[in-house]
Design a protein around this ligand. Structure first.
Ligand code: CTP
Ligand code: MG
Length: 258
């Protein structure tokens, strides 16, 4: 029945989170796919789903599983509760060979009534809910693309990379960008759903594809803004990051008493 026929107002567009979790985690070393590895006994992906579900804005989470692992991921997610947020709907779809492909497959699984999309790396399991809320709120207030980010601790050099047979050789420096002008970006990145879908339709990138959804939206010519991210939204990439993530969880247990 149409809204006119029922006399009710059209439902407000919903906010959904897409969690690309299809990567292997090569830089973390041998083992299970990164998103399925445990942090304090709970898979990284479960932490990431809980972080999205903790935001009152988010009513649907689409998890993009390894291409051949959707069944396993579904079972895993059914084993763990979302705590107070069990009413959040969680869907699982198989991913692709690159992050860009995985996000595209996740977007394709969104129902019509989703107007705002947060794209969040499973590899950032500890993002605080305040950061998720701030990104979602900025998009819902009319900003088409919002990225949480932090200033850099390290100075950055642009180099002529030495790869292949030359790997490991000294790399000539080309320049030193002014660090004050740079930001290290995190997720969740928030988008007007149509804008992000258009970017994924129109922007084709070679090789590894885009590692950042906002970068694709920038190429459409749409203004992207950065808001302040959070230290705990760091990406678990290398073995040392697991140590840091466990330490953050231990600190939370000590301060929250659970
Ligand atoms: N990702 C994905 N599909 C891919 C590749 C990556 O969904 N084909 C996801 C990862 O699961 C992760 C996020 O994109 O949650 C960020 O990617 P990254 O940190 O690079 O994870 P991996 O690609 O798994 O790690 P690595 O690059 O070390 O292999
Ligand atoms: Mg990767």
């Amino acid at each position: 029945m149409s809204d006119r026929a029922t006399g009710s107002a059209p439902a407000a567009p919903r906010t959904a989170a897409v969690i690309p979790a299809a990567g292997r985690g090569v830089r973390l070393g041998p083992g299970a796919p990164k998103a399925l590895r445990a942090l304090s006994g709970t898979p990284m992906l479960v932490h990431a789903v809980r972080a999205m579900a903790a935001s009152r804005a988010v009513s649907l989470v689409v998890v993009v599983a390894p291409p051949d692992g959707a069944g396993e991921v579904r079972n895993l997610l059914d084993e763990f509760t979302l705590g107070d947020h069990d009413r959040t709907e969680v869907r699982v779809v198989p991913g692709g060979a690159t992050r860009q492909e995985s996000v595209r497959l996740g977007l394709a699984a969104l129902p019509e009534d989703v107007g705002t999309v947060l794209v969040h790396d499973a590899a950032r399991p500890l993002v605080p809910v305040d950061t998720v809320d701030a990104v979602a709120a900025a998009v819902r207030e009319g900003t088409p693309a919002v990225v949480p980010a932090l200033p850099l601790a390290d100075t950055v050099k642009q180099v002529e990379p030495r790869t292949g047979e030359q790997a490991g050789e000294p790399e000539p420096v080309v320049g030193t960008p002014d660090r004050a002008l740079l930001r290290a970006v995190q997720t969740p990145q928030g988008f007007d759903r149509r804008t992000l879908a258009e970017a994924h339709r129109k922007i084709a990138l070679e090789g590894e594809g885009a590692t950042d959804d906002a970068g694709m939206v920038e190429r459409l010519g749409v203004k992207v803004v950065v808001i302040r991210g959070h230290e705990e939204a760091f990406k678990v990439t290398r073995p040392l990051d697991l140590v840091l993530a466990e330490a953050v969880l231990a600190r939370r247990r000590a301060t929250d008493g659970f």
